[in-house]
Write a protein that binds this ligand. Sequence first.
Ligand code: HEM
Length: 488
Amino acid sequence: MSDHSAGHENAPSLRFVTDAPVASIETGLIRAHAFAALASLMIAALLGTIVAVKLVQPEFLGGHVQTTWGSMRANHTQGIFFGWFGNAFLAFFYFAVPRLGGRAVMSRRLGWILFGLWNVGVVLLGWVLVSLNPANYFLAIKPLEWTEFPLIVNAVTEICLVLMALQFIPPLARQPNRDGMYVSSWYILGGLIFTLLAFPVGSLVPEWAPGAVGAAFSGLWIHDAVGLYITPLALAMAFYIFPVRTGRPIYSHFLSMLGFWLLFFSYPLNGTHHYVYSSIPMDTQRAAIAASVIMGFDVMLVVFNLLMSLRGQATLVARDVPLRFVWTGVVIYLIVSLQGSLQALMPMQRYLHFSDWVIGHSHLAMLGFGAFIVLGGIAHVWQRSPHFHYHHGYMNWAYWLILSGLAIMFIDLTAAGLMQGKLWISDAPWMDSVRASKNFWLIRAFAAAPILVGFAAFIAGLLINADNRSANNPRLSNSAMQPVPAHG
Ligand code: HEM
């Protein structure tokens, strides 16, 4: 199952894996975006915790416009999407793109403009406007999932997406270096280009085309945001980190490419599976269900390729925290995607739609798959960047705390969803299901504690200087205090 492409089986000589000189790296921008990402993650997770507490104790924090459940939920999800994932991907691009493309990003000045616009014009402005919710069409919260930030913020977001394309696409696409175009580069290019096109469609079209047509476009964006922004960029990290940390190539270039193209062909059709049994034409719903099943096969193929690249490396995965974070994200990618293919089927939808099962699924996807890979990616970047602090012990604690919080949250919400589905198809009054959900919601609120402490431990791991990079770096493990390599 292998061919002769660089970075894959039989050709383990990718330059970003080996000791070749690296084009200039913007360490200031890496650091700034990574800290902005982690600060956003903490704030967004705290907002999620407040939202979770409010489900159990609705009077918590009063009923001011800033603290209503709806606006805080929107700030939780948009903060995760733009503040956390957006900044974390940018940090990774500044580290990886010069290595993958063999040339520096387009402009440092552009980088700082993008940093300011993204964090002030998108994340902060979005949070403030959603909290205040002014009565103005362009400044008010939008009732659209995954794009609740007001239209004015959406305009700044689109400008930023264009700037990102200008910053990162030319170094990757212009005369790829002698390694050719590695699969991570494909995923970065695909993610950037598709998001640039899909975001205005999902944010604007439903505003002008209300009803079932608007819902179809909204559904398209809900799934494209996960599938064509977070998924390809997280996979770009996984495909980058596995060969670098193991020193071994990816199993098969053919499977890498097949997985890439299947993702980009089948994912856009998935969106309408959010509206099964709605007034959207039945054929569109069936096409979405078929695409969701095809996606399950694609994910099996991608995960098979990634895990086969780690065969014989179990000890290393257990010992090496950044690699373990990414490995966990990859395994959860398989679990959550198979769950997704299954729950898109009509008999499952009849039972589970609108229940907490779906919220469990979302957290398994965004936290278990997306965030685990991204946390591993940031840990990797930190450990491999000279003069950055990295503390193995804190990182290890962060891993176990976040994983245990996620496990509790996921099992709890899945059980809640099954219970709700059962009550909803019975003759029981609606309020019975609300009363029966209360204890599940309480457990979910408590599950926030290990997750928040885990995030704090991760941040501490990036700040506290333990000088133990070599102990955790398999490539340096025999030498007490060697310098951190500039490559990979
Ligand atoms: C401290 C931990 C967290 C808690 C307590 C929490 C809680 C919540 C709550 C209560 C909701 C609204 C559920 C509803 O509508 O009934 C929600 C939605 C959501 N959260 Fe979190 N959250 C946390 C962390 C995260 C993280 C780290 C991510 C992503 C990396 C995330 C991603 C999401 C997503 C995507 C949704 C929307 C779910 C959907 O509509 O299907 N959350 N969260």
